[in-house]
Each structure stands twice: as structure tokens, then as C-alpha cells.
Ligand binder design. Structure first.
Ligand code: G3P
Ligand code: MG
Length: 244
């Protein structure tokens, strides 16, 4: 039901490095992490890049929407200085660069498809198609997830062989029908909105159950006791890959 690592570094390196960058992945490696979650959206030219926000200004110096820029322009922008001066010049990475880095270092991936509003189908299709092509050897196949069920449906159509998970904030009452419609293997949800009865129902129905973003070790222990299979954390220093 969950053939994946139990503890993932959220956005590559959690809160210890600039999110969704190669520097974040290096930070994760330094903390022993060989499993990550990160966010993928499309640049103007349709090339997938690793970013969380659909606009510049928080983690990337600049202004406007991500889809106002080609991938090469985004690659030249600074995604590290906002976090700390020692990360100044850290680029926005292409999705393909992040996958290459992860594969080279044996890092398993939960790829969150994060479409800008209005680009749900295109983003799901492109990200899944690219992922399917990069993992055609079947080694270390990632898990795709998204809050956008439209993006997940497009991902299913583009690369039906890739496993998918539906992301919810609070798990809705009709979660099982929605997951089944998408052929999803797992439910991902906000740990703070999850109760024991819902966790038990998800596990009894045979789905994987994964929570974001857990930064308190006592809460992580309680979630695993409820039957949660895996979680991502921002606190790589508090919740280690071998956390039990
Ligand atoms: O994939 C889990 C988690 O990353 C979802 O929320 O906003 O951090 O992408 P967010
Ligand atoms: Mg995410």
C-alpha cells in the first residue's frame, strides 16, 4: 500500500535551505534524506520548472507570473537570496535537472504537480509525460500528486503507468470515489485536518496515506500510530529519515 520511504524532505530541503532548488536537495542529502517532495509548474514555453508559487516575488527575485517567462529566463533568476545571502545566485531549476540530480544520488521523488490557475490539464499532461519518459526503465518510479484533480486526470491520460495520489487539505467525505475515478493509489492530506476515523477508513480501503507538513516529532509519532504511512517535513533536523 505504501512501497515508498516514510519520511520525505518537503520542497527538497524543508526550511533549512531555499525551497525547490538543487541547494535544497544538497541540504537534504547532508541530513541523510534520500526521499523528497517538490512542486512542478510550467514556464511560458511549456517547459516544467520546480517552483511553488505561480508568481515571482517570494522565493524568486522579480515580479509577474511564472507563465510570463520562458524556462531559460527563469533559470537565470535568483531563487536563493531570499533565504540567505550565502544562497544568492541559486537558480530556479528545470524539472529535468532536479530529476537528474535525484536519480544520480538515489533520491526518491514525490512530484507535486502545481499548475498555475488555468493550466491544469496542460501541466498534468506535460509533467506526467516527461516523468514517464525519464522513468521508462522503471527504476525508482516517482509518485505524482496534485490538489488539482483536473491535472491528475490529464496525468493519468498521458502516463497511465505512473502512480498517482490525490492531495487534499481536509479529506472530503467522497474521497474514495474521487480517488478511484483518478486511479489513485494514495491519499495525501494536511495532517492537522486528519482524524483517526478517516485515517482508518483510508487504510481499510487499501490506499496509501501520506501527510504534509509535519514538523513536530510527537505529532509525527501520533500520525504513524493512526496508520499514516508517510509524511513530509520541513524540519530535517528534528524528524530524520529513520524516525520511528
Ligand atoms: O505535497 C504536499 C505539500 O507540499 C502540499 O502543500 O503548498 O507545500 O505544496 P504545498
Ligand atoms: Mg508541495
Amino acid at each position: 500500500m505504501w512501497p515508498y520511504p516514510r519520511i520525505l524532505a518537503h520542497r527538497g530541503g524543508g526550511k533549512l535551505a531555499p525551497e525547490n532548488t538543487i541547494a535544497a536537495l544538497r541540504c537534504g542529502l547532508e541530513h541523510g534524506f534520500r526521499a523528497v517532495e517538490f512542486d512542478v509548474m510550467l514556464a511560458r514555453d511549456g517547459v516544467p520548472v520546480v517552483l511553488h508559487d505561480p508568481f515571482l516575488g517570494r522565493t524568486v527575485a522579480g515580479s509577474g507570473n511564472v507563465f510570463d517567462y520562458d524556462a531559460a529566463e527563469l533559470q537565470a533568476m535568483d531563487a536563493g537570496a531570499w533565504f540567505a545571502s550565502r544562497f544568492a545566485g541559486e537558480p530556479v531549476p528545470l524539472f529535468a535537472e532536479v530529476v537528474d540530480f535525484c536519480r544520480a544520488h538515489g533520491i526518491w521523488m514525490n512530484i507535486e504537480i502545481k499548475p498555475a490557475p488555468g493550466f491544469e490539464r496542460e501541466t498534468g499532461s506535460v509533467v506526467a509525460g516527461a516523468t514517464g519518459a525519464m522513468f521508462s526503465d522503471g527504476v525508482g518510479v516517482p509518485l505524482l500528486s496534485s490538489f488539482s484533480e483536473t491535472a491528475l486526470a490529464a496525468a493519468r491520460d498521458a502516463a497511465p503507468e505512473l502512480p498517482r495520489a490525490v492531495l487534499f487539505d481536509a479529506v472530503p467525505p467522497d474521497w474514495q470515489a474521487r480517488a478511484a475515478a483518478l486511479g489513485a493509489v494514495a491519499i495525501h492530506c494536511n495532517h492537522s485536518r486528519l482524524d483517526g476515523a478517516t485515517a482508518a477508513a483510508i487504510k481499510a480501503a487499501g490506499f496509501g496515506l501520506f501527510c504534509y507538513t509535519v514538523n513536530n516529532p510527537a505529532r509525527a509519532r501520533a500520525l504513524f500510530a493512526m496508520g499514516v504511512d508517510g509524511l513530509c517535513t520541513d524540519r530535517l533536523d528534528l524528524i530524520a529519515p529513520d524516525f520511528a
